[in-house]
Write a protein that binds this ligand. Structure first.
Ligand code: PLP
Length: 393
């Protein structure tokens, strides 16, 4: 078996990396959801092979990639879709924007459970809709960790409002790193069907499962499938975000036509190299992915144990998916917000809690998709800053 070296430190500072480019040079970037790992060789080789052809004119959606997606959904979830159900988009944020512009009426509400990936709000706002935000219920597991649960009475109250036409769902959940259970999804599906709310399932993190399973909501029933637009991508899984190739699945023709028309109004086509990278990753990246998941799980355990043992003033989620830790720093005696403290006192740059909803100022999200030594360094810096705080307070 080929060994992939996830411990290797790869310098990204000279390659226009968003993650590394916008933080001060003495600050460790642990924010945006991309990993500091090289993509699988199958993805890299597919792009090299295509580059050798040397002609890069306008391209069609590759039928072979649609077939790969169809086979993948069947293999992973027993989800039987057809190539016609598959649409490509240069990125999921764009698809979220197209969704908010293409479905419902102007000024409709979009139901969103928070904390959640901040571009959801942006997609809603910039497309003349309102976000109806519903804070999930914070549940402390112990003195050091917590998780979220959903309040379905509150959910239904929002869904029942005639102005609510869309529910944007994030499963696996970013930033909290959990998968919705079958029971959760059944409740969501039932409520959305009952009140005629379109389910938009952003499942971009669905390959990054550290424990348990991921259930695409569209697999629950034919009725739910007919009311769902699912979004997946190889970008998080295989670290290909810069290649901007994402996949939408809609089994309902009306939904498919609407999203395709909305996308056509605002976007260009996917880049040739994006298609090649996606195809290479999906067809040849499984061994790489298996090893990545083991590495990420060890990183998760390392980080959670470190925080429990050395920085018990900070509470953390214990993610079962993604490479994201969601930290509750509200018990620290810091002035200002948690993100500024991390940047100015600890020299690490997480994603600020408020990106995930206005009420999350005391939280930050930490990306552990990096070599273990970098994670260790980041946590040590955080511990040192918290220790200084305790001494001076
Ligand atoms: C839930 C979720 N959706 C979408 C995106 C971004 O997708 P893209 O890079 O394809 O626009 C992210 C990136 O972090 C994400 O976490």
């Amino acid at each position: 078996m080929t060994e992939y070296n996830f411990d290797e430190i790869i310098d990204r500072t000279r390659h226009s990396s968003a993650k590394w480019g916008v933080v001060e040079s003495d600050c460790l970037p642990m924010w945006v959801a991309d990993m500091d790992f090289r993509s699988p060789p199958s993805a890299i080789n597919a792009m090299i092979e295509r580059a050798r052809h040397g002609v890069f004119g306008y391209t069609l959606d590759p039928p072979k990639l649609k077939e790969v997606v169809v086979e993948r959904m069947s293999r992973l979830y027993n989800w039987e879709i057809t190539p016609d159900d598959v649409i490509f988009s240069p990125g999921l944020v764009l698809a979220l924007c197209a969704t908010c512009s293409g479905f419902g009426k102007p000024c409709d509400s979009v139901l969103i459970q928070t904390p959640v990936y901040g571009s959801f709000f942006k997609a809603v706002r910039t497309n003349r809709k309102f976000s109806a935000n519903l804070d999930m219920i914070y549940v402390a597991d112990s003195a050091s960790s917590f998780h979220y649960e959903c309040d379905y009475d509150a959910f239904e109250q929002v869904a029942r409002d005639p102005q609510t036409s869309i529910h944007l769902q994030c499963n696996p959940q970013n930033p909290a790193g959990f998968q919705y259970s079958r029971e959760d999804l059944e409740q969501i599906g039932e409520i959305c069907l009952k009140h005629d709310v379109l389910i938009v399932a952003d499942e971009i993190h669905s390959d990054l499962i550290l424990e348990g399973e991921h259930i695409p909501i569209a697999t629950l029933s034919e009725e739910i499938a007919q009311q769902t637009l699912t979004m997946i991508a190889p970008s998080k899984t295989y670290n290909l975000a810069g290649m901007a190739c994402s996949v939408l699945i809609a089994q309902n023709k009306e939904i498919r036509d609407t999203i395709a028309a909305a996308l056509a109004g605002i976007s260009a086509h996917v880049n040739i190299m994006g298609y090649e990278a996606a195809h290479g990753a999906y067809t040849g990246g499984e061994a790489w992915l298996r090893q990545l998941l083991l590495y990420l799980k060890d990183n998760r355990d390392y980080a959670v144990n470190y925080i429990r043992r050395h920085i018990p003033q900070i509470k953390t989620t214990v993610p079962t998916s993604t490479y994201l830790l969601w930290l509750d720093m509200r018990d620290l005696p810091i002035k200002g917000d948690a993100d500024s403290f991390c940047r100015s006192s600890a020299g690490i740059a997480p994603t600020p809690g408020t990106f995930f909803g206005d009420s999350h100022e005391g939280f930050v999200r930490l990306n552990f998709g990096c070599p273990r030594s970098v994670l260790q360094e980041g946590l040590e810096r955080l511990k040192a800053a918290v220790d200084r705080l305790t001494v001076t307070s």
